[in-house]
Design a protein around this ligand. Structure first.
Ligand code: PMP
Length: 286
């Protein structure tokens, strides 16, 4: 049985409890982070903590523990649960006030709730999906307007994954005003020649920690990067496509709305970026 962390305590998973009045449960009033684990170490922990602090401050949500303690909790959970490859999930909500009320509770009276748990995923880095590539469909982006804040409002992304599944695909790319925003749980890219194209940062997408690292590695490897809008039509005419996220790293996309991208096989740019990302991440993991 897993050991999890809830509000200062390490507990067996079946003894960890959160109140029914918790605003994370009642109102999706909470933020989260997912940090991957490679070789028992945390990948890009500083990036995840920085984004967490930004998400908290945008929502005027208090951090229940210091960022140094947070690192210690991550490491303890990875150690006690014997995680070599997998991830650590972290969630902070606006706590459990005495009654349900739209008004934010006083943080002095209602402390934030914090929960962390691990998921073991042996073989995460050697995923066969990276050799095969993914199929995606396009769907309308019907999420709220502050996608740069990593909130636990994941209903529409879940619906998107179900729409993809029903269509025989692996995931969905969301489209707003004719332009691709991102994948349901990942950032979206296309490749044309030696140029990698991905949507620019803003409130319309999550500022992926993997995105930042991959774009940096791409530039270091003399690839050209354009951060701009692109359409599904442009994506269908691209040489390659791929996604990035903390738990999929770099994952090739070989089909969009039934149309093959390039030759329909996994592309060399995505494959190379995945190799570089995994190598550099293992080196820098803490
Ligand atoms: N966009 C969305 C909507 C996501 O949910 C995620 C993953 N949480 C990402 C992008 C990728 O972010 P990261 O690289 O930090 O995992």
């Amino acid at each position: 049985m897993r050991t999890v962390y809830v509000n200062g305590e390490y507990l067996p998973e079946d003894q960890a409890k959160v109140s029914i009045f918790d605003r994370g449960f009642l109102m999706a009033d909470g933020v989260y982070e997912v940090t991957s684990v490679l070789g028992g170490k945390l990948v890009d922990f500083d990036g995840h903590v920085m984004r967490l602090q930004r998400s908290l401050s945008e929502l005027d949500l208090a951090a229940p523990i210091s960022m140094e303690e947070l690192l210690a909790v991550h490491r303890e959970l990875v150690a006690v649960n014997g995680i070599d490859e997998g991830m650590v999930y972290l969630q902070i909500t606006r706590g459990a006030p005495a009654d349900r009320d739209f008004v934010f509770p006083d943080p002095e009276v209602t402390p934030s709730t914090i929960v962390l748990f691990t998921q073991n995923k042996p073989g995460l880095a050697a995923s066969p999906a990276a050799k095969k590539g993914m199929k995606v469909i396009s769907i309308e982006d019907q999420r709220w307007g502050r996608r740069d804040i990593k909130t636990v409002q994941l209903l529409y992304p879940s619906m998107g994954k179900m729409m993809a599944k029903a269509a025989g695909a692996d995931d969905a790319w969301m489209v707003e005003d004719g332009h691709v925003t991102e994948g349901t749980s990942n950032n979206a890219y296309i490749v044309k020649g030696n140029t990698i194209i991905t949507r620019h940062l803003g409130t319309e997408i999550l500022h992926g920690i993997t995105r930042a690292a991959v774009l940096r590695f791409a530039k270091e490897a003399q690839m050209k990067v354009e951060e701009r809008l692109f359409t599904i039509e442009e994506a269908k005419a691209a040489d390659e496509a791929f996604i990035t996220s903390a738990t999929t790293f770099v994952m090739p996309v070989v089909e969009i709305d039934g149309a093959k991208i390039g030759s329909g096989a996994v592309g060399s740019v995505a494959t190379r970026l995945r190799e570089i990302y995994l190598e550099e991440s293992r080196k820098a993991a803490i």
